[in-house]
Design a protein around this ligand. Structure first.
Ligand code: S3P
Length: 189
């Protein structure tokens, strides 16, 4: 159970690559009338390079530092839906920051559906750096497995995304948020 957030009106979407964080985030922000931010996109705009280029030029450690700095900046603002990078939970400070700044929703998917979505997603080949040397199904399974406890410990709740439309996932999230914050004095999620 996460501590009561200081600012419960930020909503952070966490989860592995291709679990729909950006698409669901956009849909959720529209439904809730909030602004949408994507930490990877902010970083890309700031650095004027794709994530693949940033990692290629500066390495993973620098990328993770930049990711932390961007998340910190984002957490200053309120009433946002925030799509994070798949590895945001690798840094405990990021998790603490998100826990203090809002609710954390884990978008869950099986390795099989992640692999299928990655194959369909042009951005994966062009803009996403490889996480491992070999991106076959067992590598996805392995990375996913190693991160599962981190997503689980960070989340307020999870939503299964396998075989579900963006609209359905959005509605499930809104329902779960209402169950989590039933206090009518608080602004409706
Ligand atoms: C990463 C996922 C990417 C991006 C970077 C690292 C990861 O974000 O932040 O390539 O470690 O899983 P997406 O989850 O949006 O692909």
């Amino acid at each position: 159970m996460n501590p009561e957030p200081m600012n419960p009106n930020n909503l952070f979407l966490i989860g592995f690559r291709c679990t729909g964080k950006s698409s669901v985030g956009r849909s959720l922000s529209e439904k809730l009338g909030r602004s949408f931010v994507d930490t990877d996109s902010l970083l890309v705009t700031k650095q004027k390079m794709s994530i693949k280029e940033i990692v290629g030029a500066h390495g993973w450690e620098s990328f993770r530092q930049m990711e932390h700095a961007i998340l910190k900046e984002v957490c200053i603002s309120d009433e946002q839906v925030v799509a994070t990078g798949g590895g945001v939970v690798l840094n405990e400070d990021n998790v603490m920051l998100m826990k203090k700044s809002g609710r954390i929703i884990w978008l869950k998917a099986t390795a099989e559906s992640i692999k299928a979505r990655m194959l369909q997603d042009k951005d994966t080949q062009d803009f996403r750096p490889a996480l491992t040397l070999d991106s076959n199904i067992s590598e996805i399974e392995e990375t996913l497995h190693s991160r599962e406890s981190l997503y689980k410990n960070a989340m307020d709740f999870f939503v299964d995304t396998d075989d579900r439309a963006i609209r359905v996932i959005t509605d499930v999230i809104i329902k779960k948020l209402k169950a989590l914050d039933p206090n009518p004095d608080k602004p409706e999620p």
